[in-house]
Design a protein around this ligand. Structure first.
Ligand SMILES: *Cc1c(COP(=O)(O)O)cnc(C)c1O
Length: 387
């Protein structure tokens, strides 16, 4: 029965029944007339979720977010090109690593794990780059390892302030479809996501939005690519076998999101996340994120006291209660545990996660009063409930 428990990992996320059923369809000849309407609907839905504006394109690869990173850089950059990126968590680190393995020259700005993208350092680097050697600026919108959301609009302002033409590429894998994402307003050139987080689908799709400027950069991009060649994707015919069932699910997912309304989706995530944060405060613990404006509404990384192994705590919650929380990754392995609260999430589900975390922490002898976090979250959810 415990496999029916909701998960509190920050991806893959819980799947609503309507979306799960939309992923269960009979075999379809993807070269028949049945496929294009599904494909077009999913892509149009994603464009709206991204607030993409005009002139852009959405492409869907059978891959994951990592494939989306690879598609982003290989379709727009040439070997040796300089890119600017911050390292402040596991996911920003992995994207840097991917760029380096592709022979890009990454100008890395180091920042503490728990900090946001260092916009001032970016602004300085861009202002100093008068020759415009930097071809792209990479931003991890929501660092899933630390529960930190960075200010993409401020990075756009830094680019504009320096009059710098670099492409702005954003990893929105754990932000898009959950918290506000304004592709057009922020001047994002490449937005990367995956199916298994805010879109509430099984893993298996890399979801990439490209601006007109990114599409233009595609023509001189010298990095090799084949499977991820966006020129093939946009040739009018899907270049290989599309994951039809997932794309049908994506059409259902975007329908569901847009019916709720993206502003309401964001408000729901903010409200649920605030309940989790109030629970954390009631436990006498702190988020890994350094300051409140960085707090992520999709995942909270909670610092455990010295002497407690956060990863052992996560393993215990899984074996004792059948509930999955996120372990600490990289530099914060063992030092934090993470509660994912994105995608399909309700007050009731969040309360179950908070209650389970309390049981696990009590089992570990932590000085946390069982019920204290639940009570704090209950009070917040009652105070701010819709009905
Ligand atoms: C999950 C995640 C990824 C990696 O996605 P995969 O689908 O596992 O390849 C990248 N970036 C962020 C911010 C993520 O949360």
């Amino acid at each position: 029965m415990s496999d029916q428990n909701p998960v509190f990992i920050p991806g893959p996320t819980n799947i609503p029944e309507t979306i799960r059923k939309a992923c269960d369809i009979p075999t379809m000849d993807h070269r028949s007339a049945a496929f294009p309407p599904i494909y077009d609907k999913a892509r149009a839905g994603v464009a709206r979720v991204l607030n993409m504006g005009v002139g852009g394109e959405v492409v869907l690869f059978p891959a994951t977010g990592t494939g989306g990173w690879e598609a982003a850089v290989t379709n727009t950059l040439a070997p040796g090109d300089k890119v600017l990126a911050a390292r402040h968590g596991m996911f920003s680190q992995k994207w840097i690593d991917l760029c380096q393995r592709h022979g890009l020259d990454v100008q890395v700005v180091e920042a503490p794990w728990g900090a946001g993208v260092p916009v001032d350092a970016f602004a300085q680097a861009l202002a100093a780059d008068t020759g415009h050697a930097i071809k792209a600026v990479l931003v991890t919108h929501n660092e899933t390892a630390t529960g930190v959301t960075s200010d993409v609009g401020a990075v756009r302002a830094a680019l504009d302030g320096a009059g710098h033409p670099a492409l702005l590429m954003v990893d929105g894998v754990s932000s898009i479809a959950s918290i506000p994402f304004e592709m057009a307003a922020w001047g994002v050139d490449v937005a990367v996501s995956g199916s298994q987080k805010g879109f509430m689908l099984p893993p298996g799709l890399a979801i990439v939005g490209l601006s007109a400027k990114a599409l233009a950069a595609m023509q001189d991009a010298g990095l090799p690519r084949c499977f991820f060649d966006i020129r093939d994707m946009l040739s009018g015919i899907y270049p290989y076998t599309p994951p039809v069932a997932l794309i049908n699910g994506l059409a259902a997912s975007t329908d569901m999101l847009l019916a709720e309304g993206m502003a309401a989706v964001a408000a729901r995530h903010n409200r649920i996340a605030e309940g989790v944060r109030r629970a954390v405060a009631a436990w006498g613990l702190s988020p890994c994120a350094q300051s409140p404006e960085l707090y992520s509404d999709t995942v909270t990384a909670i610092v455990v006291p010295e002497g407690v192994d956060g990863n052992a705590l996560v393993a215990h919650a899984a074996s004792a209660y059948g509930v999955a929380f996120g372990a600490g990754l990289g530099a914060v392995a063992g030092k934090v545990f993470r509660i994912g609260h994105l995608g399909m999430m309700t007050d009731v589900m969040a309360l179950a996660g908070i209650a389970t975390a309390e049981m696990a922490m009590a089992d570990f002898g932590m000085d946390v009063t069982p019920g204290s976090g639940v009570a704090a979250a209950q009070a917040w959810y009652r105070e701010t409930r819709a009905g």
